[in-house]
Design a protein around this ligand. Structure first.
Ligand SMILES: Cc1cc2nc3c(=O)[nH]c(=O)nc-3n(C[C@H](O)[C@H](O)[C@H](O)COP(=O)(O)OP(=O)(O)OC[C@H]3O[C@@H](n4cnc5c(N)ncnc54)[C@H](O)[C@@H]3O)c2cc1C
Length: 412
């Protein structure tokens, strides 16, 4: 049976970054991935490395707005009616996570991680020769109404206390810097120290190529089971077997199925998101614009302008509802009236989401040697390189750079 030092199951952005970091530390690594490594959900993401995103989604305001939001077909969050019964447990935990004490704990867990994420990505990209895909620049969070801008501004002291720079700008300043925004905005909050990924797909592909170039192995297959064997683990994937003393489970939104036979019932859901890639958009914003009230981003990329966002709960199997991609164009035109649609491509992907907005990172309590790294929700591209460092430390049994207690698999 083939063996390796570390089997990384799932070659999305989290698994690929972890594999590279483990390689750097001298381990022989095999990625087990059913598709192409580096081409997971992040490839269709908004490409915004939002280090400032230290706030979990559950909050009293979101919970209060849920009943109205859920059934608005054009709203930023929808639940497919037939999927509602499957979401009950997750939903109750989401509501429980909206308590102020839990929110404070989540911020205290996310902020140190995000503070390390920027350098972790710069180092990783430099090592892999993929720096051209990361541009350090400001991101503007754009607000339609004064009231929303004012509400969001109340979070600035928390951000500053946690070490994140923030600037508020009025409508005139915003429009002078981004003349494509012509309609109905009140102003913006700028986060100057962000990264924009100029092509998340090509970035992931470059990282995967680097991994292979450094001697990394890939097994193309669907991992069905992890079985204990001689102090290590056998990964079974489409008739192939691989034996490893350490296994990293980085299968994103699909991780629940792989871990259930081991006895872990993780409240993991897919928060499905959509993008619309406009090859000839007719407008040229110079940075990522995040339209706060409508919960989507417009990011300039090598391939054009990508509109990306919205959340849909419909599980892993339901076919995409590309109306969610199309509606992004209509909403975006409300801000960018000269925006051109065609030619355009539509995409749907699965954000791996836990009810408290925190990922799972850590060794499985009952299964030493298996390390979980999934559930990064809307921050997976941003947090992948720092997660990789945590995973590698766990493999080496060294203290990780952040406290991983809030990310335990058995916290629910
Ligand atoms: C619309 C949208 C916009 C987003 N924008 C941003 C953004 O701007 N910034 C940001 O930081 N994040 C963003 N995200 C979130 C980010 O894309 C995810 O958090 C991240 O991609 C998750 O990475 P992952 O490696 O954990 O999972 P995935 O990328 O989903 O990778 C999991 C991999 O595991 C493989 N796999 C699953 N099961 C098995 C199995 N049994 N055997 C073998 N292989 C398996 C899959 O094929 C896949 O390649 C966005 C997401 C969406 C949907």
């Amino acid at each position: 049976m083939p063996t390796t030092d570390v089997a990384v199951v799932g070659g999305g952005i989290v698994g690929t970054c972890a594999a590279i970091e483990l390689q750097r530390r001298g381990r022989a690594v095999t990625i087990v991935e059913r598709n192409e490594p580096g081409a997971g959900t992040a490839a269709g993401s908004a490409g915004y490395l939002a280090y400032d995103d230290i706030f979990p989604i559950p909050s009293p305001a979101i919970v209060a707005g849920l009943p109205r939001m859920l059934f608005d077909r054009n709203g930023p969050l929808v639940v497919q009616t037939t999927y509602l019964p499957h979401l009950a447990g997750w939903g109750l935990r989401f509501i429980a996570a909206a308590r102020p004490s839990v929110i404070r704990r989540s911020i205290a867990a996310l902020a140190p991680m995000n503070r390390l994420a920027s350098k972790a990505h710069e180092d990783l990209a430099a090592r892999a020769g993929a720096q051209r895909y990361l541009v350090r620049e400001s991101v503007f969070h754009v607000f339609r109404t004064e009231a929303s801008l004012e509400t969001a501004s109340k979070l600035i002291p928390t951000l500053e206390r946690e070490g994140f720079d923030v600037t508020v700008m009025d409508r005139d300043t915003l429009q002078a810097l981004e003349p494509a925004i012509r309609n109905g905005v009140a102003g913006a909050i700028s986060f100057p120290n962000s990264h924009r990924c100029t092509s998340p797909g090509r970035y992931g592909a470059a990282l995967a190529e680097y991994f292979r170039g450094q001697g990394g192995s890939v097994i193309r297959g669907n991992a069905q089971a992890l079985e204990a064997f001689g102090g290590g683990w056998i990964v079974r994937a489409d008739g192939e077997e691989l034996l490893a003393p350490r296994v990293v489970v980085a299968t994103g939104a699909w991780s629940r199925a792989l871990l259930a036979p081991l006895g872990y019932t993780v409240p993991l859901e897919s928060a499905r998101g959509y993008n619309l890639m406009l090859a000839e958009p007719g407008v040229a914003p110079s940075r990522t614009l995040l339209f706060e009230e409508d919960h989507f981003c417009a990011t300039p990329m090598e391939e054009g302008l990508r509109l990306a966002g919205t959340v849909e709960f419909a599980g892993l199997e339901a076919p995409p509802n590309f109306y969610r991609s199309d509606m992004l164009y209509d909403i975006a035109r409300g801000y960018l009236p000269d925006l051109q649609r065609d030619p355009a491509t539509r995409w749907m992907g699965h954000r791996p989401s836990l009810p408290d907005s925190l990922p799972v990172i850590g060794e499985l309590p009952q299964h030493p040697g298996i390390i979980a790294a999934f559930g990064h929700e809307r921050r997976g591209l941003m947090q992948s390189a720092v997660t990789a460092q945590c995973v590698a430390d766990l493999v080496e049994r060294k203290p990780p750079p952040i406290d991983l207690a809030p990310f335990r698999i058995d916290r629910f």
